[in-house]
Design a protein around this ligand. Sequence first.
Ligand code: SF4
Length: 359
Amino acid sequence: MTAVLEAIDLVKYFPARTGLFAPQGGVVKAVDGVSFSVGAGETSAIVGESGCGKSTVARLVLRLIEPTSGAVRLEGLDVLSAAPAELRALRRRMQIVFQDPFGSLNPRMTVRAMLTEPLQLHGVVPPARHDERVAELLSLVGLHAESAQRYPHEFSGGQRQRLAIARALAAEPRLVVCDEPVSALDVSIQAQILNLLAGLQQRFGLAYVFISHDLAVVRQIATAVGVMYLGRFVESGPTEALFLRPRHPYTQALLAAVPVPEPGGRARRIVLAGDVPSPLAPPPGCHFHTRCPHAVARCSIEVPAPERTPDGGTVACHRWREIDAAATGAAHRAPENPVLARLQAAFTRVNDGARDARL
Ligand code: SF4
Protein backbone atom coordinates (compact mmCIF):
# COMPACT_ATOMS: atom_id res chain seq x y z
CA MET A 1 0.00 0.00 0.00
CA THR A 2 1.33 3.46 -0.93
CA ALA A 3 1.84 5.69 2.08
CA VAL A 4 -0.22 8.87 2.07
CA LEU A 5 2.84 10.82 3.19
CA GLU A 6 6.53 10.00 3.01
CA ALA A 7 9.09 12.40 4.46
CA ILE A 8 12.60 11.34 3.52
CA ASP A 9 15.73 12.66 5.18
CA LEU A 10 14.31 16.16 5.66
CA VAL A 11 16.85 18.85 6.51
CA LYS A 12 16.16 22.50 7.30
CA TYR A 13 18.94 24.89 8.25
CA PHE A 14 18.09 28.51 9.02
CA PRO A 15 20.77 31.19 8.75
CA ALA A 16 21.58 32.61 12.16
CA ARG A 17 22.41 36.27 12.68
CA THR A 18 24.24 37.59 15.71
CA GLY A 19 22.42 40.94 15.68
CA LEU A 20 19.99 43.10 13.73
CA PHE A 21 22.65 44.54 11.42
CA ALA A 22 25.34 41.94 12.00
CA PRO A 23 26.50 39.60 9.25
CA GLN A 24 25.27 36.06 9.04
CA GLY A 25 26.80 33.83 11.65
CA GLY A 26 26.37 30.07 11.39
CA VAL A 27 23.22 28.08 10.94
CA VAL A 28 20.44 26.79 13.15
CA LYS A 29 19.95 23.11 12.33
CA ALA A 30 16.22 23.08 13.03
CA VAL A 31 15.65 19.73 11.30
CA ASP A 32 18.57 17.46 10.59
CA GLY A 33 17.66 14.29 8.72
CA VAL A 34 14.11 13.35 9.69
CA SER A 35 12.29 10.50 7.92
CA PHE A 36 8.86 9.00 8.54
CA SER A 37 5.74 7.91 6.72
CA VAL A 38 2.03 7.69 7.46
CA GLY A 39 -0.68 5.66 5.79
CA ALA A 40 -4.42 6.12 5.38
CA GLY A 41 -6.23 5.86 8.72
CA GLU A 42 -2.95 6.20 10.64
CA THR A 43 -1.54 8.87 12.91
CA SER A 44 2.16 9.53 13.05
CA ALA A 45 3.03 11.70 16.04
CA ILE A 46 6.14 13.80 16.45
CA VAL A 47 6.84 14.61 20.06
CA GLY A 48 9.52 16.69 21.67
CA GLU A 49 10.30 19.72 23.74
CA SER A 50 9.76 23.28 22.59
CA GLY A 51 12.38 24.20 20.01
CA CYS A 52 13.21 20.61 19.01
CA GLY A 53 12.10 21.24 15.40
CA LYS A 54 8.78 19.39 15.34
CA SER A 55 6.70 22.32 14.07
CA THR A 56 9.32 22.98 11.41
CA VAL A 57 8.80 19.41 10.20
CA ALA A 58 5.06 20.14 9.95
CA ARG A 59 5.70 23.16 7.75
CA LEU A 60 8.21 21.29 5.62
CA VAL A 61 5.87 18.44 4.75
CA LEU A 62 3.21 20.98 3.67
CA ARG A 63 5.87 22.98 1.82
CA LEU A 64 4.96 26.10 3.75
CA ILE A 65 8.73 26.52 3.99
CA GLU A 66 11.32 25.08 1.62
CA PRO A 67 13.66 22.42 2.99
CA THR A 68 17.43 22.60 2.70
CA SER A 69 17.33 19.04 1.38
CA GLY A 70 15.22 15.90 1.49
CA ALA A 71 12.04 14.71 -0.17
CA VAL A 72 8.29 14.77 0.56
CA ARG A 73 5.82 12.57 -1.29
CA LEU A 74 2.06 12.79 -1.04
CA GLU A 75 0.50 9.59 -2.37
CA GLY A 76 3.66 9.06 -4.42
CA LEU A 77 3.75 12.61 -5.88
CA ASP A 78 6.81 14.76 -5.30
CA VAL A 79 5.62 17.77 -3.29
CA LEU A 80 8.91 19.67 -3.35
CA SER A 81 9.35 19.75 -7.12
CA ALA A 82 5.68 20.50 -7.88
CA ALA A 83 5.07 23.56 -10.09
CA PRO A 84 2.66 26.21 -8.68
CA ALA A 85 -0.48 24.81 -10.39
CA GLU A 86 0.40 21.27 -9.35
CA LEU A 87 1.17 22.45 -5.82
CA ARG A 88 -2.28 24.08 -5.57
CA ALA A 89 -3.86 20.75 -6.43
CA LEU A 90 -1.64 18.98 -3.89
CA ARG A 91 -2.53 21.56 -1.22
CA ARG A 92 -6.16 20.55 -1.48
CA ARG A 93 -5.11 17.09 -0.30
CA MET A 94 -3.02 18.24 2.66
CA GLN A 95 -4.40 20.58 5.28
CA ILE A 96 -3.30 21.85 8.68
CA VAL A 97 -5.00 22.51 12.01
CA PHE A 98 -3.08 24.92 14.21
CA GLN A 99 -2.79 25.15 17.97
CA ASP A 100 -4.54 28.50 18.31
CA PRO A 101 -7.98 28.28 16.67
CA PHE A 102 -8.65 31.98 17.31
CA GLY A 103 -5.46 33.06 15.58
CA SER A 104 -6.05 30.76 12.60
CA LEU A 105 -9.64 31.91 11.96
CA ASN A 106 -10.34 35.27 10.35
CA PRO A 107 -12.35 37.25 12.97
CA ARG A 108 -14.04 39.32 10.23
CA MET A 109 -15.46 36.34 8.37
CA THR A 110 -18.64 34.51 9.24
CA VAL A 111 -18.38 30.76 9.55
CA ARG A 112 -20.20 30.44 6.26
CA ALA A 113 -17.71 32.68 4.44
CA MET A 114 -14.79 30.91 6.10
CA LEU A 115 -15.98 27.44 5.06
CA THR A 116 -17.06 28.54 1.59
CA GLU A 117 -13.61 29.93 0.79
CA PRO A 118 -11.85 26.53 0.39
CA LEU A 119 -14.90 25.15 -1.47
CA GLN A 120 -14.51 27.95 -4.04
CA LEU A 121 -10.73 27.87 -4.13
CA HIS A 122 -10.53 24.16 -4.85
CA GLY A 123 -13.83 23.80 -6.71
CA VAL A 124 -14.92 21.07 -4.31
CA VAL A 125 -18.65 21.43 -5.05
CA PRO A 126 -20.60 23.73 -7.42
CA PRO A 127 -21.61 27.13 -5.92
CA ALA A 128 -25.25 26.05 -5.75
CA ARG A 129 -24.24 23.41 -3.22
CA HIS A 130 -22.07 25.61 -0.99
CA ASP A 131 -24.68 26.18 1.73
CA GLU A 132 -25.56 22.51 1.84
CA ARG A 133 -21.87 21.57 2.12
CA VAL A 134 -21.27 24.15 4.87
CA ALA A 135 -24.13 22.61 6.87
CA GLU A 136 -22.63 19.13 6.30
CA LEU A 137 -19.21 20.28 7.49
CA LEU A 138 -20.66 21.85 10.63
CA SER A 139 -22.58 18.68 11.36
CA LEU A 140 -19.42 16.59 10.90
CA VAL A 141 -17.67 18.53 13.66
CA GLY A 142 -20.69 18.55 15.98
CA LEU A 143 -21.94 22.12 15.40
CA HIS A 144 -25.43 23.32 14.41
CA ALA A 145 -26.10 24.56 10.90
CA GLU A 146 -27.20 27.93 12.40
CA SER A 147 -23.56 28.48 13.44
CA ALA A 148 -22.87 29.45 9.82
CA GLN A 149 -24.07 33.02 10.40
CA ARG A 150 -21.87 33.64 13.45
CA TYR A 151 -18.32 34.97 13.85
CA PRO A 152 -15.39 33.13 15.50
CA HIS A 153 -15.42 35.28 18.67
CA GLU A 154 -18.95 34.03 19.42
CA PHE A 155 -17.65 30.49 19.99
CA SER A 156 -15.80 28.84 22.87
CA GLY A 157 -12.19 27.62 22.43
CA GLY A 158 -13.28 24.04 21.80
CA GLN A 159 -15.92 25.14 19.29
CA ARG A 160 -13.38 27.30 17.48
CA GLN A 161 -11.11 24.29 17.14
CA ARG A 162 -14.09 22.37 15.70
CA LEU A 163 -14.46 25.18 13.16
CA ALA A 164 -10.76 24.96 12.30
CA ILE A 165 -11.18 21.21 11.74
CA ALA A 166 -14.27 21.82 9.58
CA ARG A 167 -12.27 24.28 7.48
CA ALA A 168 -9.48 21.72 7.04
CA LEU A 169 -12.04 19.09 5.99
CA ALA A 170 -13.72 21.41 3.48
CA ALA A 171 -11.05 20.67 0.88
CA GLU A 172 -11.56 16.90 1.36
CA PRO A 173 -7.91 16.24 2.23
CA ARG A 174 -6.07 12.93 2.47
CA LEU A 175 -3.56 14.27 5.00
CA VAL A 176 -4.17 16.58 7.96
CA VAL A 177 -1.23 17.97 9.89
CA CYS A 178 -2.36 18.72 13.45
CA ASP A 179 0.11 21.12 15.06
CA GLU A 180 -0.53 21.01 18.81
CA PRO A 181 -4.31 21.03 18.11
CA VAL A 182 -5.42 20.54 21.72
CA SER A 183 -2.62 22.26 23.66
CA ALA A 184 -4.60 25.46 24.22
CA LEU A 185 -7.70 23.63 25.47
CA ASP A 186 -8.86 22.43 28.88
CA VAL A 187 -8.35 18.72 29.53
CA SER A 188 -12.04 17.80 29.19
CA ILE A 189 -12.28 19.68 25.88
CA GLN A 190 -9.03 18.07 24.72
CA ALA A 191 -10.64 14.65 25.03
CA GLN A 192 -13.64 15.77 22.97
CA ILE A 193 -11.45 17.14 20.18
CA LEU A 194 -9.26 14.01 20.18
CA ASN A 195 -12.39 11.85 19.93
CA LEU A 196 -13.66 14.02 17.09
CA LEU A 197 -10.35 13.68 15.22
CA ALA A 198 -10.35 9.91 15.76
CA GLY A 199 -13.93 9.59 14.53
CA LEU A 200 -13.25 11.65 11.41
CA GLN A 201 -10.14 9.62 10.70
CA GLN A 202 -12.07 6.39 10.93
CA ARG A 203 -14.86 7.72 8.72
CA PHE A 204 -12.72 9.22 5.96
CA GLY A 205 -9.48 7.21 6.22
CA LEU A 206 -7.51 10.37 6.91
CA ALA A 207 -3.79 10.29 7.58
CA TYR A 208 -2.67 12.53 10.45
CA VAL A 209 0.69 13.96 11.34
CA PHE A 210 0.21 14.94 14.97
CA ILE A 211 2.68 17.39 16.48
CA SER A 212 2.69 17.56 20.27
CA HIS A 213 4.78 18.03 23.37
CA ASP A 214 2.23 16.05 25.39
CA LEU A 215 2.99 12.35 25.63
CA ALA A 216 -0.34 11.51 27.26
CA VAL A 217 -2.20 13.03 24.31
CA VAL A 218 0.08 11.31 21.81
CA ARG A 219 -0.57 7.93 23.37
CA GLN A 220 -4.31 8.40 22.91
CA ILE A 221 -4.23 9.16 19.23
CA ALA A 222 -1.02 8.02 17.55
CA THR A 223 -0.29 4.73 15.81
CA ALA A 224 3.42 5.59 15.58
CA VAL A 225 5.63 8.08 17.40
CA GLY A 226 8.88 9.84 16.59
CA VAL A 227 10.72 11.43 19.51
CA MET A 228 12.70 14.51 18.47
CA TYR A 229 15.63 16.13 20.19
CA LEU A 230 17.45 19.10 18.69
CA GLY A 231 16.37 18.43 15.12
CA ARG A 232 16.80 14.66 15.04
CA PHE A 233 14.65 11.63 15.78
CA VAL A 234 16.28 9.87 18.72
CA GLU A 235 13.68 7.11 18.73
CA SER A 236 10.64 6.10 16.72
CA GLY A 237 8.29 3.17 16.53
CA PRO A 238 4.77 1.85 17.05
CA THR A 239 3.12 3.80 19.88
CA GLU A 240 2.37 1.02 22.35
CA ALA A 241 5.78 -0.63 21.91
CA LEU A 242 7.55 2.68 22.43
CA PHE A 243 5.51 3.56 25.51
CA LEU A 244 5.87 0.11 27.06
CA ARG A 245 9.56 -0.31 26.33
CA PRO A 246 11.37 2.94 25.53
CA ARG A 247 14.96 2.28 24.43
CA HIS A 248 16.50 5.73 24.30
CA PRO A 249 17.47 7.43 27.60
CA TYR A 250 15.71 10.62 26.49
CA THR A 251 12.45 8.78 25.74
CA GLN A 252 12.76 6.99 29.06
CA ALA A 253 13.12 10.29 30.90
CA LEU A 254 10.15 11.85 29.12
CA LEU A 255 7.90 8.87 29.74
CA ALA A 256 8.89 8.61 33.38
CA ALA A 257 7.74 12.19 33.90
CA VAL A 258 4.22 11.45 32.63
CA PRO A 259 2.02 11.10 35.72
CA VAL A 260 0.17 7.81 36.09
CA PRO A 261 -3.59 8.42 35.92
CA GLU A 262 -5.14 7.65 39.28
CA PRO A 263 -7.84 9.17 41.50
CA GLY A 264 -6.43 12.31 43.05
CA GLY A 265 -3.32 12.07 40.92
CA ARG A 266 -1.73 14.85 38.93
CA ALA A 267 -3.20 16.11 35.69
CA ARG A 268 -1.79 14.26 32.72
CA ARG A 269 -0.94 17.39 30.82
CA ILE A 270 2.80 17.98 30.53
CA VAL A 271 4.85 20.77 29.06
CA LEU A 272 8.32 19.60 28.16
CA ALA A 273 10.99 22.14 28.86
CA GLY A 274 14.28 22.22 30.59
CA ASP A 275 17.96 22.60 30.00
CA VAL A 276 18.00 22.08 26.23
CA PRO A 277 21.24 23.16 24.53
CA SER A 278 21.01 25.86 21.87
CA PRO A 279 20.21 24.54 18.39
CA LEU A 280 22.71 27.15 17.15
CA ALA A 281 25.50 25.21 18.83
CA PRO A 282 24.21 21.71 19.61
CA PRO A 283 26.60 19.40 21.45
CA PRO A 284 28.76 17.33 19.08
CA GLY A 285 28.26 13.59 18.70
CA CYS A 286 25.01 12.57 20.35
CA HIS A 287 23.16 15.86 21.00
CA PHE A 288 21.79 14.39 24.23
CA HIS A 289 25.16 13.56 25.80
CA THR A 290 25.23 16.68 28.00
CA ARG A 291 22.07 15.47 29.79
CA CYS A 292 22.37 11.73 29.44
CA PRO A 293 23.06 9.63 32.55
CA HIS A 294 24.58 6.87 30.39
CA ALA A 295 26.98 9.01 28.34
CA VAL A 296 30.51 7.76 27.72
CA ALA A 297 33.43 9.36 25.87
CA ARG A 298 32.30 8.03 22.50
CA CYS A 299 28.94 9.81 22.83
CA SER A 300 30.48 13.28 22.60
CA ILE A 301 32.40 12.39 19.43
CA GLU A 302 30.33 10.07 17.30
CA VAL A 303 26.78 10.68 16.06
CA PRO A 304 24.74 7.54 16.83
CA ALA A 305 23.14 6.07 13.72
CA PRO A 306 19.51 4.89 13.95
CA GLU A 307 19.32 1.14 14.54
CA ARG A 308 16.35 -1.21 14.26
CA THR A 309 14.79 -2.44 17.48
CA PRO A 310 12.99 -5.79 17.90
CA ASP A 311 9.71 -3.83 18.23
CA GLY A 312 9.94 -2.54 14.67
CA GLY A 313 11.15 0.91 15.70
CA THR A 314 14.48 2.69 15.50
CA VAL A 315 16.73 4.13 18.17
CA ALA A 316 19.80 6.33 17.83
CA CYS A 317 21.98 5.54 20.83
CA HIS A 318 25.40 3.90 21.03
CA ARG A 319 24.47 2.03 24.20
CA TRP A 320 20.83 1.14 23.79
CA ARG A 321 21.44 -2.59 24.02
CA GLU A 322 23.26 -2.16 27.33
CA ILE A 323 20.70 0.14 28.85
CA ASP A 324 18.02 -1.57 30.79
CA ALA A 325 14.79 -0.41 29.26
CA ALA A 326 12.84 -2.64 31.57
CA ALA A 327 9.57 -3.96 30.31
CA THR A 328 6.05 -2.68 30.82
CA GLY A 329 5.71 -0.04 33.49
CA ALA A 330 9.42 0.55 33.96
CA ALA A 331 9.11 4.03 32.61
CA HIS A 332 6.85 4.98 35.49
CA ARG A 333 9.15 3.78 38.27
CA ALA A 334 11.37 6.24 40.09
CA PRO A 335 14.87 6.06 38.59
CA GLU A 336 17.79 4.98 40.71
CA ASN A 337 20.24 7.00 38.70
CA PRO A 338 20.47 10.47 40.31
CA VAL A 339 21.10 12.26 36.99
CA LEU A 340 18.02 10.69 35.40
CA ALA A 341 16.06 11.47 38.58
CA ARG A 342 17.00 15.17 38.33
CA LEU A 343 16.01 15.27 34.66
CA GLN A 344 12.66 13.66 35.40
CA ALA A 345 12.09 15.99 38.34
CA ALA A 346 12.70 18.97 36.06
CA PHE A 347 10.05 17.76 33.59
CA THR A 348 7.61 17.07 36.42
CA ARG A 349 8.14 20.54 37.93
CA VAL A 350 7.37 22.12 34.59
CA ASN A 351 4.26 19.99 34.32
CA ASP A 352 3.11 20.99 37.77
CA GLY A 353 3.78 24.63 36.99
CA ALA A 354 1.71 24.41 33.82
CA ARG A 355 -1.12 22.75 35.74
CA ASP A 356 -1.03 25.30 38.53
CA ALA A 357 -1.09 28.12 36.02
CA ARG A 358 -4.26 26.67 34.57
CA LEU A 359 -6.07 26.39 37.92
FE1 SF4 B 1 23.27 8.70 26.03
FE2 SF4 B 1 25.41 8.09 24.58
FE3 SF4 B 1 23.07 6.99 24.03
FE4 SF4 B 1 23.47 9.56 23.52
S1 SF4 B 1 24.52 7.82 22.54
S2 SF4 B 1 21.67 8.67 24.48
S3 SF4 B 1 24.75 10.14 25.25
S4 SF4 B 1 24.26 6.70 25.89
